[in-house]
Design a protein around this ligand. Structure first.
Ligand SMILES: *[C@@H]1O[C@H](CO)[C@@H](O)[C@H](O)[C@H]1NC(C)=O
Ligand SMILES: *[C@@H]1O[C@H](CO)[C@@H](O)[C@H](O)[C@H]1NC(C)=O
Length: 423
């Protein structure tokens, strides 16, 4: 009886976002590169969770726990960095968002089977079922591969799309992924929309005659599912290191810091509870290993794009130190083509995309990212595309999904054509 009651209390407390009691989120906008670097230093010092990265004269969003609030705002004031409150009390705000979320989801639940709608974020199961259905209906060009399962046993699935079964070595491969961070729900639909446009509703057959495609919509199904179940701000995987008590309290690894390229040297934290914890060792996470194995199995990948959110940025290597690779000119040219195409098709409420080196746009290095890793193993064009964000709340209203997948696909198409032209 008592145990039963305790269980109810824990569930109730959990559902009400107690962990965010007294937390505040702030918009921050650095005025120049010095301020941006100084902001990153403050973030690192207090190990803060950056929800949307600021850039020069572009607002970002950072979550601050009660113990660090005063120090954080004092530091920004001393540095002359402009900030304003996004939500005074995250707990209350998240509870309001839960209500909105519940209302919208019950109005239009995940569709299992048939065409995937873009008026709602879909469950892991609905997306995987969609991929299986597309492959079953188009066996001559589409195949689903399930290389392995996530830490908690959910399948990780990707789609191989080719009119020549990946046998024509003249056709370069384009690899898109999304859902590396659990909370970045918006990063998944652009990848499933690519499946739609390449297989179900083909408006440009040259995309199939000239390229082969690999589409991995949900790299981190455990993080995505956990985020959807109520912990909307969850970013990492959900893995636990056996025998490590800290790991039970603070599970998970930032998948996009777990790749074996200058791993854990900058922009990460050895604190297991940190939102940028890079893992015990490179490729400790099965979710990162799936991406690695795709990169290694296909020697002909011309372009890799990892979708994330938020910020309206198209960023290329090297992320770890802000230096340029020998492909920088081409990376920039193809990036500009993508940005131009998206900017021309985008919703007027969204910011224009910025294109640049990841380390320079962010004003800080990030070690162990998938994009740097892809480039280091020979993918000439590797991008992190941060999709638009309105920062109304933590949860991006699904009314924007359809617009975003359409405009983003314009960018991918333009990027593919330009990549080929410069090949
Ligand atoms: C925050 O500021 C207080 C008072 O100035 C100081 O004692 C404390 O050490 C600071 N915390 C950190 C993490 O630097
Ligand atoms: C097919 O895609 C185009 C955009 O590429 C869109 O305008 C059209 O409505 C789509 N058709 C169907 C049946 O979904």
């Amino acid at each position: 009886m008592k145990v039963w009651l305790l269980g109810i209390l824990i569930v109730a407390a959990y559902a009400k976002h107690e962990e965010y009691d007294g937390w505040t989120s702030y918009y921050v906008v650095p005025y120049d590169f010095d301020q941006l670097e100084a902001f990153n230093f403050v973030v690192q010092k207090y190990d803060l969770d950056v929800y949307g990265h600021p850039a020069i004269k572009r607002e970002g969003l950072v979550l601050v726990d009660p113990a660090n609030k005063k120090n954080f705002t004092d530091a920004l004031e001393e540095l002359g960095i402009k900030y304003r409150i996004h939500t005074e009390d995250m707990k209350t705000h998240l509870n309001l968002e839960d209500q909105m979320f519940t209302d919208k989801v019950s109005a239009s639940p995940s569709r299992i089977g048939g065409r995937l709608p873009y008026n709602q974020y879909q469950s892991v199961e609905a997306i995987h079922k969609y991929m299986d259905d597309v492959a079953a209906a188009h066996p001559n060009i589409a195949r689903v591969v399930t290389p392995t399962n996530s830490f908690h046993g959910q399948p990780i699935k990707y789609m191989r799309i080719s009119t020549t079964n990946f046998q024509d070595s003249r056709k370069p491969v384009i690899f898109l992924d999304g859902g590396m961070h659990g909370r970045e729900w918006l990063s998944i639909p652009p990848v499933t929309y690519a499946i739609n446009q390449l297989v179900e509703n083909v408006t440009d057959p040259t995309l199939l005659s000239r390229f082969d495609w690999i589409l991995l919509p949900i790299v981190n199904p455990d993080g995505y599912r956990f985020s959807r179940q109520g912990s909307v701000t969850w970013r990492k995987s959900r893995s636990i290191v056996p025998g490590n008590q800290w790991s039970l309290m603070c599970p998970g690894v930032d998948i996009d810091r777990n790749f074996d390229f200058v791993w854990n040297t900058i922009g990460t934290s050895d604190n297991l509870c940190s939102y940028v914890y890079p893992g015990e060792r490179p490729f400790s996470e099965v979710e990162a290993r799936v991406v690695r194995d795709i990169l290694h199995q296909h020697r002909n990948i011309l372009m890799y794009i990892s979708f994330s959110s938020f910020g309206s940025f198209i960023m290329y290597p090297w992320a770890f130190d802000g230096s340029l690779s020998e492909h920088a000119f081409r990376q920039h040219a193809v990036g500009i083509s993508m940005a131009d195409a998206i900017n021309a098709a985008k919703h007027p409420n969204f910011l224009n995309y910025r294109v640049g080196n990841a380390g320079l746009i962010r004003g800080s290095g990030m070690a162990g990212t998938s994009v740097d890793y892809a480039h280091s193993v020979g993918v000439p064009l590797a991008y992190s595309i941060e999709l638009p964000g309105l920062f109304g709340g933590y949860w991006m209203d699904p009314i924007w999904i359809e617009q975003i997948v359409i405009e983003t696909w314009e960018g991918v198409k333009a990027g593919a054509r330009r990549a080929l032209a410069t090949n």
